[in-house]
Design a protein. Sequence first.
Length: 147
Amino acid sequence: MNQFHLFALIAGLLLPLQIAFNNKLTLFSGNPTTSSLISFSVGTLALIVYSLANPTAFQKSLQQLSQAPLYAWLGGLVGAFYIISSIVASPKIGIATFLALIIGGQMVMSLVLEHFGWLGTAVRSISWVKVLGLALILVGIILVKKI
C-alpha cells in the first residue's frame, strides 16, 4: 500500500463521518440546503487557509485555471448534489446503504469513463474481471440493503 492508497482509505473512512456530521447539522438547521451550504463553507475556509500557506503555488495555479475546459468547473455542482443527497437520503435509508449505493454508482461511472476515455481520463478497457468485480459490488449492495 502506498500513500495514495492510504489517502483513499482515509477518505473512505471519513465519508460516513461527514454524512453523520451533516445530518446532525440538519437536525438543528431544519434545512438540508442550509446544512450543505455550511458544510461547503467550512470546507472552503479550510482550503483557503491551506492554499494561503503556499501563496506562490496558489497564485500560479489560479493563473493556469483559464486553460481549463468548461466541464472541469462542474465538480462543485456534483459535490453539492452529493452532499445534499447524503443529507436527504441517508437518514431514510441508512448511511451504510447510502454509501453502498454510492460505491456502486461510482464503479459503474468509473468503468464507463475509463473505458471510453471521457473527460480526459486514461483509457482502461472494461474486462470480464472488472465486470465480475462490479457484480460482486452489486451483490454487496443487495446484502447491505437487506441487513
